[in-house]
Design a protein around this ligand. Structure first.
Ligand code: ACO
Length: 402
């Protein structure tokens, strides 16, 4: 690793690295990825082990504070999160200002940014107590925001949080209960949802996390910075890939049509890409995809839809692509989004909710990275340079002479 800053100060070097493929923007102790091995660690713990033994709120504690909690610490943390699950009642007016068929991600970008107008006592980033309250508020309220964005988009009344339920169970309740009937949360489905959240909780300096860091490097408040992260996550090359992937699998429809799509993905003149395939860092199987595939089998089995055509297409597509020299040579493997959409659809979510669920899961990662950045003595405002390739200095031409 070369610390380029000293060379730059001497005027010796200027790096050009579009997409930051080989530029570290920070030092971090939170998440480690070994893309060649297909390894992902949260604070040193392998994701597979956490997905098996831990649960989302415990992972939140780990990511936020660096260590697994004791039983008493976890109880206290859960109580603090639970206390903040409600949204300020006035925020409902804000939701209602959106067009009735607005995409839930559009609502989330707006509502999360607007939290800075509702929670003034947690916007001073110089105050550790306010930072802590902002962190807990974001983690606690994001399921409520995502669920209400969903309810609003389908024209159903908002459902208030039920604090007797666990984090993921409560989210399912707020999404699927209606005034006439409380949704009965199946523990297997709530466990599957919890796992999806754990698998998406952090992923070091991905595009949305880097956006949060860059936005808050100017001193912007955490709500505004996280809103920026949500906006970035929305794109189909990032968080929007889970929606795009399921739509692609459904468009393929049957196993016999897979070769046609594989051919399109390999055709340089066709912009089509296999969604849910490839990753900037993983050049081996995304470890999250393995857990997700197992979860997909469990959930569809539980719901009695293990004969699901989309799952069949996904499995066969994976098999064919992994044997195809194009994908092998370019080290393109299924990523976390390849199977998550199948699970979410089986649970009853429309595709428009896939990315909001990613956003609510990633919130703890964004917050942990933000907290780390704020207290990093090396932190400075993010200000990339450019390689200017425009016109050289020239004289202004009067309009009548152009
Ligand atoms: N299908 C077909 N070809 C692909 C795919 C794909 N999914 N992904 C990459 N390639 C090819 C590219 O065409 C390129 O080929 P070339 O070298 O002949 O030009 C080569 O592989 C490298 O691709 P890049 O775009 O340079 O790789 P990059 O690291 O910039 O992009 C990305 C990574 C955005 C994830 C890309 O693989 C992609 O678009 N995948 C599909 C979208 C997706 O699933 N995104 C989710 C990412 S995970 C997440 O956000 C949680």
């Amino acid at each position: 690793v070369i610390d380029i800053r000293k060379l730059y100060a001497q005027g010796d070097v200027f790096t050009y690295d579009p997409g930051f493929t080989s530029t570290a923007s920070c030092s971090s102790t939170i998440t480690y990825i070994d893309g060649d091995k297909g390894e992902l660690l949260y604070r040193g713990y392998p994701i597979e082990e956490l997905a098996d033994k831990s649960h989302f709120l415990e992972c939140c504690y780990l990511l936020l504070y660096g260590e697994l909690p004791s039983a008493a610490e976890l109880e206290d943390f859960e109580a603090r999160v639970t206390r903040h699950t409600m949204l300020h009642e006035q925020m409902q007016y804000f939701f209602r200002g959106f067009r009735r068929d607005a995409h839930p991600m559009a609502i989330m970008v707006g509502v999360v940014g607007a939290m800075s107008a509702f929670y003034h006592d947690s916007t001073d980033i110089g105050d550790p107590w306010q930072r802590e309250v902002a962190s807990i508020r974001m983690i606690a309220k994001m399921p409520t925001i995502a669920a209400w964005a969903f309810k609003y988009s389908i024209g159903q009344p908002f459902v208030y949080p039920k604090n007797s339920l666990d984090y993921s169970g409560n989210f399912l309740h707020m999404c699927f209960s209606v005034p006439a009937e409380d949704y009965v949360v199946d523990p297997i489905l709530s466990r599957a949802m919890d796992r999806i959240m754990m698998l998406h909780a952090d992923h070091e300096q991905n595009a949305s996390t880097s956006t949060v860091r860059l936005a808050s490097s100017s001193g912007a408040n955490p709500f505004a910075s996280i809103a920026a992260g949500i906006a970035c996550l929305w794109g189909p090359a990032h968080g929007g890939a889970n929606q795009a992937c399921l739509e692609m699998l459904q468009e393929i429809g049957t196993v016999d049509r897979i070769p046609e799509y594989i051919a399109r993905a390999k055709d340089k003149d066709d912009p089509f890409r296999l969604m849910g395939f490839g990753h900037r860092v993983y050049k081996n199987f995304d470890p999250r995809a393995k857990v997700m595939k197992q979860s997909a089998d469990e959930v569809l089995g539980l719901l009695g839809i293990d004969n699901n055509e989309t799952l069949k297409v996904a499995k066969e597509l994976e098999k064919i692509a992994l044997e195809d020299p194009y994908f092998v040579d370019k080290k393109l493997y299924p990523n976390v989004d390849f199977y998550s959409g199948i699970i979410l659809e089986a649970m009853g979510f429309p595709t428009s909710m896939f990315t909001p669920i990613f956003a609510l899961s990633r919130t703890v990662g964004w917050i942990s990275q933000w907290k780390e950045m704020i207290t990093d003595p090396e932190q400075r405002i993010g200000r990339p340079r450019q390689r200017y390739i425009g016109a050289p200095r020239r004289e202004y031409t009067e309009i009548e002479d152009r």
